[in-house]
Design a protein around this ligand. Structure first.
Ligand code: ZN
Length: 321
C-alpha cells in the first residue's frame, strides 16, 4: 500500500498525519510549531515527527507517494513562496514548496489553510456534493475558501477567498492585517472578546462579569453565554458581529451564488443566538433568489478539515487533475 502525508502548519500547532490513498487518516500527531524559531528548525522538527509516525507502522519514506502541507499565511502558488503570514513571523519569502521537495524527494503541494479546509469540507464534509460552496472559519481570525463548479477557487496567485478581510465598515476597528473595518475586526472571536472586555471595563454587564469573574480570562464564549442568559449588552455584541457577518456573506452570495455556506472554526457551534441574525441579515442584503436557496450549515470535519483538504488536493495533483 502507498501512503501519503498531510500536514497543517499553523502558527501555534502543527498537525501531522499519515493517510492512505482515500484520504483516510490512520495515524497523527499534534505538536507545538514553535514558529518563531524560523523555517529551517521547524522543518527539521517536522521531519523528525514524520519519521516517527511512519516508523510506528514499520514503513519508510519509500512507501510514501506525496506530501501535502497547508499553512496559515499567504502562499503564492506561482513563486511557491510564503508572501506573508502574521502567524508565521520571519517566514516571508521562504520557498516552502521547493524546500520540502528537496528534503523529501517526493511530489509536494502547499496550500493556504483556509483554502485547504474549504476543499476538505467539499470532498469529505458538510459541503459534499455541493459544487458551489463558501467556507468560512470563525475563530481568533476569519478565514475563507471558495469552491466554484467543484473546484477550489485560487485566483491568480492563490490569494482568493479572503472573506475575513473584506471591509464591511470603512474606518472601523483596526484589523490584524493593518487595515480598518475588516469583517474580522467585527465578527471574529477576538473582536467579540475585545467588545466584551470593554463592557466589563465600563461595568455595563453584571451577567458577563459574573461569568468571567476575577481570575478567569474573558473569551468570546463568555459573551455568547451572557447573551443567552439575557444580558442585553452582551446580546448587542453578538448581534452586531452577526450583522456584519451576514452582510459580508451577502456579498459572496451575490457574487458566487453558492449552494451552501459552511461555517467552521471555534464559533461554528455558537447556535441560533448567532446564526439567526446572520441568516436574517444575509436574506435582507443578498439578492432574493440566491439568498432563498443558500443553506447555512456548521462544518463537520472540525480541526481536521485542513489536513483532509490538503490530502484531497494532493490526490488531485498525483492524478494529474
Ligand atoms: Zn483585515
Amino acid at each position: 500500500m502507498k501512503y501519503r502525508i498531510g500536514v497543517d502548519l499553523g502558527g501555534t500547532k502543527m498537525f501531522v498525519s499519515l493517510a492512505n490513498g482515500d484520504g483516510e487518516i490512520f495515524r497523527s500527531q499534534r505538536v507545538p510549531t514553535k514558529a518563531l524559531q524560523g523555517p529551517s528548525i521547524v522543518l527539521n522538527h517536522l521531519k523528525s515527527i514524520v519519521n516517527e509516525i511512519i516508523a510506528q507502522d514499520g514503513i519508510s519514506l519509500k512507501d510514501v507517494e506525496g506530501l501535502g502541507v497547508c499553512i496559515a499565511g499567504f502562499f503564492d502558488i506561482r513563486s511557491k513562496r510564503i508572501v506573508s503570514s502574521p502567524n508565521l513571523p520571519g517566514w516571508e519569502l521562504f520557498p516552502l514548496e521547493d524546500e520540502l521537495t528537496a528534503q523529501y524527494d517526493l511530489p509536494v503541494i502547499v496550500e493556504n489553510d483556509a483554502n485547504a479546509a474549504a476543499y476538505g469540507e467539499y470532498v469529505f464534509g458538510a459541503g459534499k456534493d455541493k459544487n458551489n460552496m463558501i467556507f468560512i472559519t470563525l475563530g481568533t481570525g476569519i478565514g475563507g475558501g471558495i469552491i466554484t463548479d467543484g473546484k477550489l477557487l485560487r485566483g491568480s496567485r492563490g490569494f482568493a477567498g479572503e472573506i475575513g478581510h473584506m471591509i464591511v465598515l470603512p474606518q472601523g476597528p483596526p484589523c490584524g492585517c493593518g487595515k480598518f473595518g475588516c469583517l474580522e475586526s467585527f465578527s471574529s472571536g477576538s473582536a467579540i472578546e475585545r467588545e466584551g472586555r470593554m463592557l466589563l471595563q465600563e461595568g455595563r454587564s453584571s451577567i458577563l462579569s459574573g461569568l468571567a469573574g476575577p481570575g478567569s480570562v474573558l473569551s468570546a464564549s463568555h459573551v455568547f453565554a451572557a447573551a443567552r442568559e439575557g444580558d442585553k449588552e452582551a446580546l448587542k455584541i453578538v448581534e452586531r458581529a452577526a450583522y456584519f457577518l451576514g452582510l459580508a456573506l451577502s456579498f459572496t452570495v451575490n457574487l458566487l451564488n453558492p449552494d451552501v455556506i459552511v461555517m467552521g472554526g471555534g464559533m461554528a457551534h455558537s447556535g441560533e443566538i448567532f446564526f439567526n441574525p446572520v441568516r436574517r441579515c444575509l436574506e435582507e442584503a443578498a439578492i432574493a433568489p440566491a439568498a432563498k436557496m443558500v443553506s447555512l450549515v456548521p462544518s463537520c470535519l472540525g480541526d481536521e478539515a485542513g489536513v483532509k483538504g490538503v490530502l484531497a488536493l494532493l490526490d488531485d495533483h498525483l492524478q494529474g487533475k
